[in-house]
Write a protein that binds this ligand. Structure first.
Ligand code: HEM
Length: 180
């Protein structure tokens, strides 16, 4: 994954727990990078190790960390680094979710080596939508839940997220109902 992902995890941890805790996490994860370069590629395994080590050091289950990271990604990382792209994604939560399938193709124009997930919507109603999430990566559904919660906050819209299909439990892909 692009270094901006590890960098964003670093920022989230340091702002909540300080630089010393982050050093402990990197050490436990066997990561000895001093800085993550946003636009350089790093092995996915490094990101998973950092999340696993954060889970141990902070004594917090990995899914809880991933969900917090999803919110952080929307409210801080994407907004601060790619505000125009986020603005182009939609003016309401509903519009943003409907446009989500095309979102990473615009991101790919500036990050050409992106290996993005695939999203598509079904059963679109006035106050809910089913969002399907497909990825070649495993275990990131809690991150997606956090992303949707972050989008709810971005649009000052109270959201309820329910995961109704789970790839880790044998489903073809993850499916969420987002209600607002
Ligand atoms: C301008 C804003 C955004 C940027 C720059 C961005 C960029 C990225 C990058 C760099 C990765 C790592 C994958 C790689 O490096 O190959 C990634 C992964 C991911 N992104 Fe985005 N993204 C943005 C917004 C969003 C939004 C709005 C969503 C959904 C609500 C989203 C969902 C995901 C998910 C779920 C992954 C995990 C990878 C996977 O599932 O395979 N992203 N994105």
């Amino acid at each position: 994954m692009y270094g901006m992902v590890n960098r964003a995890i670093e920022e989230m941890v340091i702002s909540a727990h300080g630089a010393e805790v982050w050093e402990q996490i990197k050490q436990k994860a066997n990561v000895d990078e001093d800085v993550f370069v946003s636009t350089e590629g790093y092995p996915d395994a490094m990101t998973y190790s950092l999340v696993g080590a954060a889970s141990e050091v902070l004594q917090t289950p990995a899914p809880v960390i991933l969900e917090a990271f999803g919110k952080h990604w929307i409210l801080r990382t994407a907004q601060e680094g790619y505000g125009d792209m986020m603005a182009a994604g939609g003016k309401t939560l509903r519009e943003f979710l409907v446009n989500l399938p095309d979102f990473h193709s615009r991101v790919s124009m500036v990050l050409p080596h992106l290996a993005p997930p695939r999203f598509y919507c079904s059963l679109l109603e006035e106050h809910s939508v089913h969002v399907h999430y497909q990825s070649h990566r495993a275990g990131l559904a809690p991150f997606v839940t956090g992303l949707f919660k972050g989008l709810g906050e971005r649009f000052a819209t109270a959201v309820e997220i329910e995961q109704i299909a789970d790839k880790t439990a044998g489903a073809d892909h993850d499916e969420f109902v987002v209600r607002w």
